[in-house]
Design a binder for this molecule. Structure first.
Ligand SMILES: O=C(O)CCC(=O)C(=O)O
Length: 269
């Protein structure tokens, strides 16, 4: 079967991964895609990211968030091959299974390319930005290249998804300092995935604390992410930090609506 359609084939999600995700708020799915599948999709994902890039400032002229990665959103709307990748039933099925829900909708996708010498990704919680009434949210983080520790691997605080909002604010040096201090003070367990091969992907809950290191290599750390929300979730009144997401990812819907616009198709089942 051609890679263009094979990503719609489902794989079995081990019960051990479901248990780990429920306990830790993160899990790694090894060999989620084949090397051939990554190679088929990588050119379109990289090209669409390059075309969609909007920050052309030199690294030294950007703030900490800007240095962390080039961020390009909703590749699925920009290119048909990227849409096949983002809409893959295989990924959505894993997301639904790990979350323990019947179905998931697309919230949005984003490429996160950490440039050569790109800065660290501060500790943060994604859901700070999301005007959603559920904790059944999940991000698939898939490197398109082998990611070595010196390129900026991803770390999670295991179990932090069960705490909910730790009120560290949006992604910044301040969120990083507050969460780093808290991890030290409470000796919280940090897990780093520093051996991801092409085809592996991590999944994390929207409230799981996470960060990534600096890219000290000369190579781009290209990563593609897809963010899912459980079918049936509702939209809440946005905080100032959530206004951008309400306007951009929810297709004109408003507080009180159920997520379900054309921007948020049901990807599984
Ligand atoms: O790729 C990174 O450096 C950070 C990833 C991240 O924050 C996310 O996927 O939510």
């Amino acid at each position: 079967m051609k890679p263009s359609s094979s990503l719609n084939n489902l794989i079995e999600v081990p019960s051990s991964s479901v248990a780990l995700f429920s306990r830790d708020g993160h899990a790694c799915m090894r060999h989620l895609v084949s090397r051939a599948e990554v190679e088929y999709f990588r050119p379109a994902l990289e090209e669409t990211t390059n075309v969609g890039r909007y920050d052309f400032r030199a690294l030294e002229d950007r703030d900490t968030y800007g240095k962390a990665f080039l961020q390009v959103h909703n590749l699925w709307q920009k290119d048909a091959t990227c849409k096949q990748f983002v809409f893959a039933r295989r990924f959505a099925h894993v997301a639904a299974t790990l979350l323990g829900v019947e179905g998931v909708r697309l919230y949005h996708d984003q490429a996160l390319f950490k440039e050569p010498d790109g800065g660290y990704t501060p500790w943060h919680q994604d859901q700070t930005y999301w005007p959603l009434d559920t904790d059944r949210t999940i991000t698939m983080w898939m490197p398109l290249v082998e990611v070595t520790p010196s390129m900026g691997t991803i770390s999670f605080v295991s179990g932090s998804h069960r705490i909910g909002n730790v009120e560290a604010g949006t992604i910044s040096d301040t969120s990083h300092r507050k969460i780093t201090d808290w991890i030290r003070k409470e000796s919280l367990p940090v897990h780093t995935y520093d051996d991801l091969e092409v085809g592996d992907a991590t999944f994390h809950n929207g409230w799981t604390l996470h960060s990534a290191g600096h890219n000290s290599t000369g190579n781009m750390r290209s990563v593609m992410t897809v963010i899912y929300v459980a079918d049936g979730a509702g939209i809440t009144t946005p905080t100032p930090a959530q206004q951008f997401d309400l306007e951009l990812w929810l297709g004109g819907q408003r507080a009180g609506d159920k997520v379900g616009s054309v921007m948020n198709p049901l990807l599984y089942p």
